[in-house]
Design a protein around this ligand. Structure first.
Ligand code: S3P
Length: 173
């Protein structure tokens, strides 16, 4: 692999968890874009949203995403990363994108068990309102995620299967 692998998908789809495992499996470095942003802005993402708003966050996110070109690594992106500016186009031109697909209900179950406060986009949401938000937001974002070269349905996958999908894709191009 001579370019980065970008894991894309909704919040709670397991980008960081799979990213770490995949990097380890492929012997590549792992980069979490949210962590890169936190290091650069010097505060948590919710604190940054609160103080400067989403627009400024998206500008920094886009800038830092585009600093990740060149080096082979596995990079987990934020749920919104591919959906702003020309970010998805840039990802496709500079790396290999893998979409980690889960249904709204599965995302809901996972997000309910996670720390909602760490995700400003989900602030104040619970129960039916959270499920509805996920369905709507996913509908809006999927056209971006679906441009990925590789789609993984997480219900029936394994590290080996993801590795094989990457290998077959690389052979096909
Ligand atoms: C966001 C997802 C978050 C983070 C930020 C915004 C979003 O990343 O980038 O809170 O708009 O979907 P995760 O997908 O890792 O939660």
């Amino acid at each position: 692999m001579d370019r980065p692998i970008f894991l894309v998908g909704f919040m709670g789809s397991g980008k960081t968890t799979w990213g770490k495992k995949l990097a380890n499996h492929l012997g590549l470095m792992f980069v979490d874009l949210d962590q890169v942003i936190v290091q650069r802005i010097g505060m948590s993402i919710p604190a940054y949203f609160e103080r400067y708003g989403e627009q400024r966050f998206r500008e920094i996110e886009s800038q830092l995403l585009k600093e990740q070109g060149g080096l082979p690594a596995v990079i987990s992106t934020g749920g919104g990363s591919p959906c702003f500016f020309d970010n998805m186009q840039w990802i496709l031109q500079n790396g290999l994108a893998i979409y980690l697909h889960l249904t709204p209900k599965a995302l809901y179950n996972r997000l309910q068990q996670s720390n909602i406060a760490a995700r400003p986009a989900l602030k104040g949401l619970a129960g039916e309102a959270l499920l509805h938000f996920i369905e709507e937001k996913l509908r809006e974002r999927e056209p971006f995620y679906k441009q990925s070269q590789i789609h993984i349905d997480q219900i029936n996958t394994s590290l080996e299967a993801i590795g094989q999908s990457i290998e077959s894709y690389e052979k096909s191009i």
